[in-house]
Design a protein around this ligand. Sequence first.
Ligand SMILES: NC(=O)c1ccc[n+]([C@@H]2O[C@H](COP(=O)([O-])OP(=O)(O)OC[C@H]3O[C@@H](n4cnc5c(N)ncnc54)[C@H](OP(=O)(O)O)[C@@H]3O)[C@@H](O)[C@H]2O)c1
Length: 373
Amino acid sequence: MAKCEGGVPEHISGIDRAIVSKVIVFNIILFTSLLQVIIPSFKLNSGHEIPALGYGTWLGINDKDEFDYSDWDKMLKTLSYCIDVGYRHIDTAHLYRVEPDIGEVVNRKIKEGVVTREEMFITTKVWQHFHREADVEVSVRGSLRRLGLEYLDMVLVHWPMSISEEGVDEKIDYLETWRGFESVLSKGLVRSIGVSNFNVEQLKRLVANCKVKPAVNQVELNLAFGQKELVDYCNTQNIKITAWAPFGAMITSRAPPDAPGPRVDDLTLVAIAKKYGKTVMQVTLRYLYQRGIITIPKTVTPGRVLENASIFDFELTTSEFSTIAKFDVNYRSNRPTFWQNYTNYPFEKYDVPESPIPESLRKWKNGKNNDME
Ligand SMILES: NC(=O)c1ccc[n+]([C@@H]2O[C@H](COP(=O)([O-])OP(=O)(O)OC[C@H]3O[C@@H](n4cnc5c(N)ncnc54)[C@H](OP(=O)(O)O)[C@@H]3O)[C@@H](O)[C@H]2O)c1
């Protein structure tokens, strides 16, 4: 068998070789351009549109409680592919340490003409160390600089608690933090503002005491953790919910030992998926979309990029929808109990021994990029 270089068989030479090469490149471009997804949008209370599905960029922390850099390159390649095939919404955060790299990919795609800045929707988040009113602008301007952007589409208060790098409870009221958010909005640094990991009581208090209502609350939400009360309240206020960890404990290797189903091989979900020629993950994301929820699944596997976004060409029936709704057993799979004694911790507390905050969630500002201030 003749060896191929650049896909061109060895026995083809000279001008023919150049032509064959061009044909191969053309076909690759054609193939990629055919593999496009069109992702619909939801309207936010700010008047702006947000794509109903985005790309999540949190790489997580490893067994040693360190930030996990192992999939860094894969994630950036996958992100680049995402934009090529039609993703327009990226979810990131100051904490994730990836803003400079995300910005590099986005700006390259804009330069290459694949996408315009206006077509992209970029969300980042302000970390717990920046909750004083004046610090919000410092954080947002830092994110803009790291991302190489002139404005952000959305900035979220990452968590309601304010904690210093040393782990000290700063007890700053999130109403103060929110005033900083309203200020960066009025200065045009960001187009919509929102919160993350706020419970219903915190949201009600914020709504009662703000000039600008949050456009979004980003929380853990998946089949086993449907967050009905929170979603119902947000619907009355026209606040959209974005689901982080949309797959929850479905992936066995990621599931805590006591986690209830469904898992990816659940027979009910498999049957529904089969009916539509879809996967269980697609059925999951479709169900969340039909609930009016924005999702931001993370994957570093290019093959899953199109899978996760190919959910807008089928519709679950009312009966299938009700069947899937029954998986909701109010099970939270992510429990950051190391924060549970801090002021404004938003979740239920568990009877577990006190443990320190992982270093990677505190003294992280000079991470891999050495430019996180
Ligand atoms: N606001 C917050 O506090 C907060 C907290 C956590 C996360 N987030 C955001 O939410 C995003 C998503 O949450 P997450 O990353 O925790 O959880 P997730 O998206 O529910 O799950 C990610 C996992 O699912 C796998 N996966 C993705 N697509 C799949 C598919 N089609 N089939 C099988 N497995 C698939 C990924 O594997 P591979 O990567 O190996 O493909 C990865 O292991 C984050 O990236 C981040 O942007 C926000």
